[in-house]
Design a binder for this molecule. Structure first.
Ligand SMILES: Nc1nc2c(c(=O)[nH]1)N[C@H]1C(S)=C(S)[C@@H](COP(=O)(O)O)O[C@H]1N2
Ligand SMILES: [Mo]
Length: 245
């Protein structure tokens, strides 16, 4: 006749209790969530800085978390020193004559990552808003209250883009929905994300990152080193300006 071993039964109970506790803990454990492709902000109304889950190969930088932007409430405000200030809806922005390019975002904190970006060149927008002759640059105001300034000359560079798609899909909130800059020859901090407002101004200004840290207002990529996330962070030398590969 089969006898139930009292120790075996106790072991079974112990394992069940420990196993259940482990499972419950795993649901709230941030490392397990990261493994499963989740980031701290997944399923939250807010978005902010993260390097977890799917963002391990393209870090997310936001100096402050903020409420996700709702597409139907968003308007791109373009004002300041221009003849025809405008407020464009997302479909109007998406309908501007487009351009796409593959380029790398190189953060001054050393990592970089590459994507195919789709959007438009500033010249397309300027046909509509007609900047005044004294407008030397644009101040960008963003969803997280980040500000960044670029001269019109920098913004009208062939490789500078205002983008609303990444790898063929609308920008994620994390990567700057609904509209961001891509300025591949400058450090990532010049590529303002989640843009709300563009103001034409007559004097250069300091952006948020330049006010926070010891970073140049100009932001041109300097010779040094890079740790590309899409190449296992293997250190390589860079020579200044856009990193093309
Ligand atoms: N609105 C906003 N845009 C921002 C930032 C920010 O803090 N707020 N950080 C910048 C920095 S420092 C970098 S490196 C890039 C990173 O872009 P990513 O988050 O899409 O990787 O975004 C830039 N744009
Ligand atoms: Mo950065």
């Amino acid at each position: 006749m089969r006898e139930i071993n009292p120790f075996g039964r106790r072991d079974f109970l112990k394992k069940t209790i420990l196993g259940t506790a482990g499972f419950v803990l795993s649901l709230v454990n941030p490392w397990r969530r990261a493994e499963a492709g989740f980031s701290f902000w997944t399923n939250s109304e807010f978005v902010g800085k993260t390097r977890d889950g799917e963002y391990e190969t393209f870090y997310i930088q936001y100096y402050k978390s903020f409420r996700r932007i709702k597409a139907d409430q968003w308007r791109l405000k373009i004002g300041g020193l221009c003849e025809a200030p405008q407020e464009l809806t997302l479909s109007e922005v998406n309908a501007l004559p487009g351009r796409a390019q593959v380029s790398r975002v190189k953060c001054v904190e050393c990592w970089s990552a590459k994507a195919e970006w789709g959007g438009f060149h500033l010249s397309e927008l300027e046909k509509r808003v007609r900047p005044k002759p004294e407008a030397v640059g644009i101040l960008f105001r963003c969803g997280d209250t980040y500000v960044e300034y670029l001269s019109r000359e920098e913004l009208l560079h062939e490789r500078s883009l205002l983008v609303h798609t990444m790898n063929g899909r609308p920008l994620s909130d994390e990567h700057g929905f609904p509209l961001r800059l891509i300025i591949p020859f400058k450090y990532g901090y010049k590529s303002a994300k989640a843009i709300l407002e563009m103001e034409y101004v007559s004097t250069p200004q300091k952006g948020t990152w330049t006010q926070i840290g010891p970073y140049s207002a100009d932001g041109t990529i300097l010779p040094g080193y890079d740790h590309p996330l899409d190449r296992g962070k293997v250190k390589r030398k860079i020579f200044g300006g856009e990193v093309f590969d």
